[in-house]
Design a protein around this ligand. Structure first.
Ligand SMILES: [Zn+2]
Ligand SMILES: [Zn+2]
Length: 225
């Protein structure tokens, strides 16, 4: 019997009514219900059409500024709120490098991704420096159970990690990405994936690159915001 990846308690699987009535492959549980319910999902309704934050359904002030700057805005879908449980998860997964924790949200992401319409699923890359020190890209870890294309690469090593910069300096950074693969994006639809949506700066850089290369539509998804 497997144990919960977060609290290590043993996972005793209770069958749901529908699993009893319609026997079939049972979703493999990697986290216990007590741990999983600490994560708070975004609702589909009443969200900003740009960044997905819960509001009256109109474009929020931040997204209006992106719209002014670029002439378009991203349709971003955050899955979970960046609450205390998510902060602790990210701390362990990303900063303490507990790569086995990538399994915690793979099924949640897969379910959302399967409902979306795209030609290329494109993870946001990490810098070469992060790859050397952390040893993995936390974004590709989250989606390793779906097919994705590592289309975007970091232009150069960044001296200061995104998470250490304040909002102002994050918003000012120059285009850090380039298209790595010789793939024709003309008329295609891209779905960008990142782990956390903070200001949107990173995803807008990536989306701008896709549009400059002829993309018809760019949407994005993050595990948390
Ligand atoms: Zn647990
Ligand atoms: Zn917004």
């Amino acid at each position: 019997m497997a144990n919960c990846l977060l609290c290590n308690h043993s996972l005793t699987k209770k069958l749901t009514i529908s699993e009893i009535i319609f026997p079939g492959p049972i979703r493999e549980q990697v986290v216990c219900d007590d741990c999983f319910q600490k994560f708070n999902r975004y609702s589909d309704k009443d969200a900003c059409q740009g960044c997905g934050r819960e509001n009256d359904g109109n474009l929020c002030g931040d997204c209006r500024r992106w719209q002014q700057q670029y002439g378009w805005h991203l349709s971003h879908y955050p899955i979970f709120h960046y609450n205390q449980a998510m902060r602790e998860f990210m701390q362990q997964y990303k900063f303490q490098g507990q790569y086995h924790l990538r399994a915690v949200f793979q099924q949640s992401l897969q379910k959302v991704i399967n409902q979306m319409d795209y030609d290329f699923l494109v993870p946001i890359p990490v810098t070469n420096h992060t790859m050397r020190t952390r040893g993995f890209n936390q974004v590709t870890g989250l989606i390793e159970n779906v097919q994705y294309t590592e289309l975007i690469k970091h232009r150069e090593k960044q001296k200061v990690a995104q998470s250490k910069k304040d909002r102002q300096s994050r918003l000012k950074t120059k285009q850090p990405f380039f298209l790595d693969k010789d793939i024709n994006l003309r008329g295609r639809k891209v779905l960008l994936v990142d782990d956390i949506y903070t200001t949107g700066r990173t995803l807008y850089h990536a989306a701008e690159l896709c549009y400059q290369n002829g993309c018809k539509r760019v949407q994005s998804l993050s595990l948390a915001r």
